[in-house]
Design a protein around this ligand. Sequence first.
Ligand code: HSE
Length: 428
Amino acid sequence: MSNPLRLGIAGLGTVGVGTVRIVQRQAALLTARTGRDITISAVSAQTRDKDRGVRLGDYAWEDDPVALARRDDVDVFVELIGGEDGPAKAAVEAAIESGKHVVTANKALLAMHGQALAEAAEAQGVTIRFEAAVAGGIPVIKALTEGLAGNEITRVMGVMNGTCNYMLTRMQNDGLSYDAVFKECEELGYLEADPTLDVGGIDAGHKLAILSAIAFGTQVDFDALTIEGIERVTIEDIEQAADMGYRIKLLGVAQMSGRGLEARMTPCLVPASSPLGQLEGPTNMVVLEGDSVGQIVLRGAGAGEGPTASAVMGDVCDIARGLNLPVFGVPAAELKPVAKSNQASPSSYYIRMELFDKPGALARVATVMGDAGISIDRMRQYGHSSENAPVLIVTHKAAKDALDTALAALPGTGVLASEPVALRIEDA
Ligand code: HSE
């Protein structure tokens, strides 16, 4: 077949090798679906002499991904190196300058430099596609930019870091501490080289920043997110939340209101019976809400060779078919800077604390809540094992300012035996 689409693949780790495998194994299918042969001209990685379990001898080799990106026999530069700066960024910029489309799985690069790269690509008449960057094999970018193009998006939510969801599920189901599960993940090789990217919520935050930009037509702005990782989630909170009918998830939520964009990636409680509450193990879930469609739920593998390479190849196929959409769904020049809401939308909160077990302690806490304008929905004291009384409160919807006022006033009651833990309860 004439007019093949020729790929240059930079990065031959799990996803790069998976992409090569699909190109080789599904050649006939890819041609039937796109009307073009999809071929690989050249590849690049840090180490050449390594058995990757895949045939690479037919392809030219480049030590330098920038040289790969500039090759005349490459139509699409596939960036699977990773990292927000360094060779990945240099090579993507070189590809764009050379008038080549880019397909990437690099969430950090897009979250930090997405606007500049989109402007550069659109000025050159090429596109950057990044389905693999968000929630691995789940086609969420395509769902937002194409399937839901007729909707005003009202909210985007998701569990988008499989490692954190695995850790929280393991704590929940097996009663293990955070430290024990972290160690297990280290041994299993589930954590990123810098584990803070996972457990600190940064990897998931990068993904949310990208989704939020597409959903609300803004420039990507990672700094507009509130991010908190799962490092401080305890088995006690997981168990107490479960007892109250909730699960704790590292949940991303982005929503736009008259006050501006509210976007956070934080540990939250969700109803145990909700799709997000039922999500176990390393699986990802993205919930999209639009004014016409209502709510849709997408669930699938957020990482791994097959799922991530599947997303890469979906993008490659779209380019082969001639699709050249604006990088973030609308032309980059029309994307507005993020106007960040200075106030989180009202929410119920879970508050756990230990009180000195003495007459009037609960009443003092209730008074602080009432004085802050917070109405208590449920409150209970549970199993004492010491002279202190652990107490759980679930509030009715309250403003974040009111919660902060109450939390600041609680030590003044003189009845607190531990610092309170407060977690948002998200309607899911
Ligand atoms: N470390 C990520 C996760 C995979 O656990 O979901 C890629 O972002």
